[in-house]
Each structure stands twice: as structure tokens, then as C-alpha cells.
Design a protein around this ligand. Structure first.
Ligand code: K1U
Ligand code: ZN
Length: 167
């Protein structure tokens, strides 16, 4: 297994639109294992393939307290959404920034698992917000892009400064 580097905002590769997965092969299983290891190590509750510079529709999520309930979403599709969530979110590509953005409180999702089996799932709370956040990553959208222009400019310049300091 391997820890993968996570792209940091405002890296332009975070805006690449991910392509659907067509082969559920050993290479995909390795990507899923490496993404899970990277998410747990970060630590985070979710991770999209876009964030590790792989532009395929792959998401891993674990919002459980025990960190032992990994969920894999390949080629996810939002079927329906209800209500408004009031949860703040964070992002491993924008460390230190937490804010609330428009999200459904409850969603119904269709996706495939790592073996290619189709499933449907209805989720709410953090799981719902996390799925929507990760699906945005696959479309090349970072959550801070819902915030005001002023906030985005400040966040981008703070991130660039941190990245220069880190070399
Ligand atoms: O996609 C990402 O960048 C991961 C992100 C997912 C997310 C968190 C909260 C709301 C929506 C989406 C994170 O995991 S940020 C880190 C975080 O929230 C967390 C880390 C450890 C324990 C609990 C939460
Ligand atoms: Zn994120």
C-alpha cells in the first residue's frame, strides 16, 4: 500500500473533470486501497481520486467513529436530494479552512462498488455532506468556490504563502 500526495488548492489539477471508470481491475483495487490508506492517515473522512491527481470517478468515505466502515463509490450519480444541511465542512486540499456551503441534508445516490456491483444508498448528516463534497471534487469543484470572491482570494493567497514557506 502507499500514501499518495494530496493536491493543495489552488492547484489547477483540482479543476480537471474525472472520467467514468470502465475497468474494475487490479489497478482500480490498488487505487482504492491507496486512497483509503491516504484518507485514514491524513486524517480525513473522505477522499476523491481527483485530490490524488487521478482523474477517474472514485471516492472513498468513512464517517464512522471506529474508522472501520470504509465505503467506496465508483461512478456516483445523485438521484435525489432533500432539505438543507447546516454542517460546516473542511477539505484535505484546503487545510485549516472550515465553512458552510449549500448542501442537501439527505441524498439518494447510485454508484458501483470496487467490484463493479451497482448499489443505491440513502444517507443524511455528515455522510450526505461528505458524498456531495467528494462528488464536487470529481466535477473539478472545490468547496471554497461556493464562498465569496473575497474569501476565495484570501484563502488562495494564504495557501500560496504556506506552500512557498514549505518549499
Ligand atoms: O474531500 C476532502 O477533502 C476530505 C474532507 C471531507 C469532508 C469533511 C467534512 C465535511 C465534508 C467533507 C475531510 O475529511 S476534512 C477533515 C475532517 O473533516 C475530519 C478529519 C478527521 C476526523 C473528522 C473529520
Ligand atoms: Zn475536499
Amino acid at each position: 500500500m502507499a500514501l499518495l500526495p494530496i493536491l493543495q488548492y489552488p492547484d489547477p489539477r483540482l479543476h480537471i473533470v474525472a472520467a467514468p471508470v470502465t475497468r474494475f481491475d487490479e489497478e482500480l483495487q490498488r487505487l482504492v486501497r491507496d486512497m483509503a490508506e491516504t484518507m485514514y492517515a491524513a486524517p480525513g473522512v473522505g477522499l476523491s481520486a481527483t485530490q490524488v491527481d487521478v482523474h477517474r470517478q472514485v471516492i472513498v468515505i468513512d464517517v464512522s467513529d471506529g474508522r472501520d466502515a470504509l465505503q467506496v463509490f465508483i461512478n456516483p450519480v445523485l438521484l435525489e436530494g432533500w432539505g438543507e444541511s447546516g454542517l460546516e465542512e473542511g477539505c484535505l486540499s484546503v487545510p485549516g479552512v472550515y465553512d458552510q456551503v449549500p448542501r442537501y441534508e439527505r441524498v439518494r445516490i447510485e454508484a458501483r462498488d470496487a467490484r463493479g456491483e451497482r448499489f443505491e444508498l440513502e444517507v443524511d448528516g455528515l455522510m450526505s455532506v461528505c458524498v456531495q463534497h467528494e462528488m464536487d471534487h470529481l466535477k473539478g469543484r472545490v468547496f471554497v468556490e461556493y464562498l465569496s470572491r473575497l474569501k476565495q482570494t484570501r484563502i488562495a493567497s494564504r495557501m500560496r504563502k504556506q506552500q512557498r514557506r514549505a518549499g
